[in-house]
Every structure is written in structure tokens, then in C-alpha cells.
Design a protein around this ligand. Structure first.
Ligand code: PGA
Length: 252
């Protein structure tokens, strides 16, 4: 059975105090209302990772994740955060290659492959993001592009390493737009990704959790999560409100 995961990507939102309130609300709601073995991951801004982790204590259901990491180990890289720093704080997950990083910070497939390697070398689980922009979807070459993104940043790994990666398929046109992929579109792309992985790695592909991201809300999560190849979600805007987010978690 693949691990079910619902990760909240807080992006650049919330003050320290608000982060604490959201965390405490979620701890209560998850404990009271969430059944089953879904893993909840809170991808907070860097400054809140440690306080949120401390607040969670040894909570077995909720973990923390970073939204990015440096491709360098250490040194004169002002403003950057290394994977070793994340590891030293006990942070288990890191998002790598979010479309906003690709789009606004020029991160490409080769750079992301390095970040994936750094994360795996320190024992963190990369949540590797892929997904096509609108013009590519309209041209009909989205399958090709997403396969290429996966190939460029993950296909250098051996099977054992690849099994430690979580993939998030996030069509760029669905992120923050309120325009979700239909469950059919999500399932089709997840199946394409899994088949592509199987073409190189065989049965290992069956063990890899592939999350859907892009305007996941409480009212569409159930249908998306019901798809055979959708193993959870990477949730942006709707992860900033405890009630909405926990309803998404419960939909799995
Ligand atoms: P959204 O963001 O849920 O606000 O569309 C998803 C993401 O960017 O991970």
C-alpha cells in the first residue's frame, strides 16, 4: 500500500503567531477527526519550521516540511538554507521544484536533480513537483513535458533512492487559480507518470506516492483522491485554514 499524504504548502504566508495558532488548531482537529494512516505534512516558511516542529512534539500524524532547499552543502550563499540545516532541526520533508521556484527563480531540471540528491543524501524525503503551464496543456504536449521533468530530475537515481521520493503533479494552470484539473485529467496524468517510471524502474513505480496539487479544496478533494493513481494532495491556499484543510485530509 502506498503512503497517503496530504501536505499543506503555506508558501510565504502567516506570522509566527498565526503559524502557532494554525498548528494548534490542526493538532486538535487531526486528533479528533482524522482516521486511517494518512500522513499530514505542514510545509511552513523556513523561520517557522523549528517552532512548529517543537509544537508538534512527537505527534505521529503530522510532520513538517521545508518548501525549498539549497543545492549547496554550506558556505557563502547568503539567504540560502541547506539540507544539512534542515536535517539538524529534524525536518523530514522538503518540497523541490515547485512551479513557483521554476518560474520565478529559474530553477531547471538539472538544478532540481542536485537538490533531490542533497535531500536524499541527508535522509530527507523530497516532494518533487512537476506539471505543465497552460500553453503546453493547450498545445497538447503536457504528457511529454511532465515525463521530461520527471526524467531530468529523478531518472539518474537508482531504484532504492527513487522509492524514497514523493512526486506531486501540479498543473501550473490550476495553482492558485481556483481552476482544478478534473479528476479524469488528474488520474490520466498520474497514470502517465507512474507508467513512465515503470518503463525504467518496473514494479517500483507501484510504491511511489503521487500527490495532486492545484486548487484542491474541501469540496473537490474527495473526487480527486478517489482516483486510483492519486495518493494524496499538495494543498496551497486551502491549507491556510484549519477547518478547510482538515476536511481535505478527511477526504482521503
Ligand atoms: P493551490 O496551490 O492549492 O493554492 O492551488 C497548490 C500549490 O502550489 O502547491
Amino acid at each position: 500500500m502506498r503512503q497517503k499524504i496530504v501536505a499543506g504548502n503555506w508558501k510565504m504566508n502567516k506570522t509566527l503567531e498565526e503559524a502557532g495558532i494554525l498548528t494548534s488548531e490542526l493538532m486538535g482537529l487531526v486528533a479528533d477527526e482524522v482516521k486511517g494512516n494518512v500522513k499530514v505534512v505542514l510545509c511552513t516558511p523556513f523561520p517557522y519550521l523549528y517552532p512548529v516542529k517543537q509544537q508538534l512534539g512527537n505527534n505521529a500524524r503530522i510532520s513538517v516540511g521545508a518548501q525549498n532547499c539549497s543545492e549547496h552543502d554550506s558556505g557563502a550563499y547568503t539567504g540560502e538554507t541547506s539540507v544539512a540545516m534542515l536535517k539538524s532541526m529534524g525536518i523530514p520533508y522538503v518540497i523541490i521544484g515547485h512551479s513557483e521556484r521554476r518560474q520565478y527563480f529559474g530553477e531547471d531540471g538539472a538544478l532540481l536533480a542536485t537538490k533531490v540528491d542533497k535531500a536524499l543524501a541527508q535522509g530527507l524525503t523530497p516532494i518533487f513537483c512537476c506539471g505543465e503551464p497552460l500553453d503546453i496543456r493547450e498545445k497538447g504536449t503536457h504528457e511529454q513535458l511532465v515525463k521530461q521533468q520527471v526524467e531530468e530530475s529523478l531518472f539518474h537515481l537508482n531504484a532504492e533512492a527513487l522509492q524514497k521520493v514523493v512526486i506531486a503533479y501540479e498543473p501550473v494552470w490550476a495553482i492558485g487559480t481556483g481552476k482544478t484539473a478534473t479528476s479524469q485529467q488528474a488520474q490520466d496524468m498520474h497514470a502517465v507518470i507512474r507508467k513512465h517510471i515503470a518503463s525504467k524502474y518496473g514494479a517500483v513505480a507501484e510504491n511511489i506516492s503521487i500527490l495532486y496539487g492545484g486548487s484542491v479544496k474541501a469540496d473537490n478533494a474527495k473526487e480527486l483522491f478517489a482516483c486510483a493513481d492519486v495518493d494524496g494532495g499538495l494543498v496551497g491556499g486551502a491549507s491556510l485554514k484549519s477547518r478547510e484543510f482538515v476536511e481535505i485530509v478527511k477526504a482521503i
